[in-house]
Design a protein around this ligand. Structure first.
Ligand SMILES: C[S@@+](CC[C@H](N)C(=O)[O-])C[C@H]1O[C@@H](n2cnc3c(N)ncnc32)[C@H](O)[C@@H]1O
Length: 271
């Protein structure tokens, strides 16, 4: 069976980004991980809690920088990502830093088939479900991988902020980009990379998805999880809009007013 466009195009795009993210010009602080001075963003630092000794699964782990940072805190980590380039780079980074972790190449939706056992924590953050077409299936996968009493931690851009962009701005405020309830893939063609300004991508076409907050929460509830925490934040892990400014904890905010919820985070546990 041939792969759907969203999977094939998005994976080619992500495969290509890996080298750009490992390059010295990248915003990714790989040197910080090597020197033991790598920090997560302020939001998850404040909310995640201790992970030592826990079986932790990092979904959409990219080249493993956060995965290995969590392993440095004593978690027994497994990272999963559909990009072969990302998984190869993650294994190399683990070997170079001497940090123990397991990495598995898989589409997130096949996570239950390819991974053994259950996890005490599942961790998914920053730039993840925007690449996924089906949130109820994603939530079912998360629930199926959690051990009883296990906790899913999720932090990402708020879908309300995804409605806007700078391209359509008519003043100093962002303009309309795509509808909150659009409910279909947004096909994007972009040569630029968010973390490395020197990169010109060749695999430029991607399929991205805005998932309303209620879709995410209801899907997790329908999958049998209990919602333990839901926070909205006026900050985000990257500079989504030109007028945002950097603030504490590797986060960005609007300089004047907290105009929009820029990100949200949640914890959901398996009874
Ligand atoms: C923005 S990155 C997440 C980065 C992570 N927060 C970090 O900083 O390391 C998104 C990741 O999702 C992965 N991805 C996208 N769609 C996926 C899918 N269907 N299954 C598994 N991984 C996927 C990409 O390969 C990429 O590594």
């Amino acid at each position: 069976m041939s792969e759907p466009d969203w999977l094939r195009l998005n994976r080619a795009n992500w495969d290509e980004r890996v080298a750009a993210h490992l390059a010295p010009e990248s915003d990714y602080n790989t040197a910080g991980l090597h020197s033991g001075h790598y920090e997560l963003h302020g939001i998850e630092e404040a909310e995640l809690g201790p992970v030592a000794q826990l079986r932790l699964l990092h979904l959409q782990c990219h080249f493993g920088i956060d995965t290995l940072a969590l392993a440095q805190r004593g978690a027994n980590v497994t990272g999963l990502d559909f990009s072969g380039e990302a998984i190869a780079a993650a294994r190399t980074l683990a070997a170079e830093t001497g940090i123990k972790a397991e990495f598995v190449q898989s589409d997130v939706y096949a996570g239950r088939e390819v991974l053994q056992g259950h996890f005490d924590r599942i961790y998914t953050t920053w730039g993840t479900i925007v690449w996924l077409p089906d949130i109820p299936s994603w939530a079912q996968t998360v629930a199926s991988l959690l051990a009883p009493g296990g906790v899913f931690y999720f932090a990402d851009m708020h879908p309300a902020a995804m409605v806007f962009d700078d391209e359509t701005a008519t003043s100093d405020k962002p303009g309309w980009f795509a509808p909150y309830f659009g409910n279909k893939a947004i096909v994007i063609d972009n040569v630029r990379d968010y973390a490395n300004p020197t990169t010109t991508l060749k695999n430029t076409r991607t399929h991205e998805f805005i998932h309303p907050l209620a879709t995410v929460v209801q899907s997790l509830l329908d999958a049998g999880l209990r919602l333990d925490m839901l926070h909205e934040h006026p900050t985000l892990a990257w500079k989504q809009f030109a007028r945002m400014v950097e603030t504490d904890g590797r986060l960005y905010r609007f300089p004047d007013q907290p105009w929009l919820p820029l990100s949200y985070s949640l914890k959901a546990s398996k009874p």
